[in-house]
Design a protein around this ligand. Structure first.
Ligand SMILES: C[S@@+](CC[C@H](N)C(=O)[O-])C[C@H]1O[C@@H](n2cnc3c(N)ncnc32)[C@H](O)[C@@H]1O
Length: 316
């Protein structure tokens, strides 16, 4: 059996990360990039979220693939290199490897330890398929290593992770994805507008898994910058902002408090928030237009019966 190789590309370095985090934590209002959700525990908590009855995106996207995978496969060359951007547990790609007759698989993720474990498990199921893990943070620039080779590429960006970007940032990231395809294709999952109650339940489940995922970010920060966040002081808040067409997640101070870290501190009043995530919800036509604006063509899309989620295939 092959062993998956893991390459790490640290574009920013610990000092740069530290400086960015302190800048954002001391901003008004305070914010933290959602990429910091994903230490190994955060990645496991996200995998748990995808199994919640309220979290419709994963199930709905999987149903679209189950129904249309053969039709999508007819649009693709065989033996392609599938590059999974933000691969997480690699489960979505795992279901596409055989139907797409994938020649090699590349999984890219910031959560390096979790990625290594996911890839090792996947390799057991596909002992002869060449696999490569790339541990990197693509939030500033998507950089892929030469080791990927020059096979025909299909970039895979499922789960509506594109929704974490503002529309302007999403356009910029789609440009980067198009470049990274090297003339190949992009297969991307996008969450669509739907009743607010459905949206809000998906980001605030009664079991509290999403709340734990959100609060785990403070535990991760304590490790990264040596801060003394007390998790019990912070409450999970999630709501849909119609004007911006996005779910916002925040952590709200339950009391007036001060957070300390080596060389600094920040006071928070009762009810003051740290903004931790946006998840934009798109109209399918608007997202198709965004793909065109980023230079993609031959855009095809598939949705579920309720039109809650869309999968787009586009050529660079
Ligand atoms: C919402 S999860 C989606 C996971 C999986 N693709 C799915 O659809 O279920 C986002 C994934 O992207 C990764 N990620 C988030 N921000 C990232 C960044 N800036 N650079 C690299 N990976 C990132 C996370 O570690 C996580 O695995």
């Amino acid at each position: 059996m092959r062993s998956p190789r893991l390459i790490e590309i640290d574009q920013q370095g610990p000092a740069g990360r530290h400086a960015d985090l302190l800048r954002d934590l001391t901003a008004s209002p305070a914010l933290v990039s959602p990429k910091y959700f994903y230490d190994a525990l955060g990645s496991s908590l996200f995998a748990a979220i995808t199994r919640l009855p309220e979290y419709y995106p994963t199930r709905t996207e999987a149903a679209i693939f189950a129904r249309h995978v053969d039709e999508i496969a007819t649009q693709l060359p065989t033996g392609l290199t599938l590059i999974d951007i933000g691969a997480g547990d690699c489960e979505k790609a795992a279901r596409l490897l055989a139907p797409f007759a994938v020649g090699s698989y590349v999984a890219v993720d910031i959560s390096v330890d979790f990625l290594g474990d996911s890839l090792t498990r996947l390799q057991l199921q596909h002992p002869d398929l060449p696999m490569l893990g790339v541990g990197t943070d693509f939030s500033q620039r998507l950089r892929l290593p030469l080791e990927i080779g020059d096979g025909q590429r299909l970039l895979f960006y499922p789960g509506s992770s594109i929704g974490n970007f503002t529309p302007a940032q999403a356009l910029d990231f789609l440009h980067q994805l198009r470049q990274a395809t090297q003339g190949g294709g992009l297969l991307i999952g996008v969450d669509l507008l739907k009743p607010v109650a459905v949206l809000e339940a998906a980001y605030d489940d009664p079991l509290g898994v999403t709340a734990a995922f959100n609060r785990n970010l403070l535990r991760h920060l304590n490790q990264l910058i040596g801060s003394d966040f007390v998790l019990a002081d912070w409450q999970h808040v999630a709501f849909f902002d119609r004007a911006q067409s996005r779910i916002e997640m925040h952590l709200e101070a339950r009391r007036s408090l001060k957070v300390l870290w080596p060389g600094g501190e920040r006071a928070f009043a009762t009810g003051e928030r740290i903004h931790t995530e946006n998840s934009y919800k798109w109209r399918a036509e608007d997202f198709a237009a965004l793909l065109s604006a980023a230079g993609f063509s031959r855009i095809r899309r598939w949705t579920d019966e309720r039109a809650w989620f869309a999968v787009f295939l586009a050529q660079a």
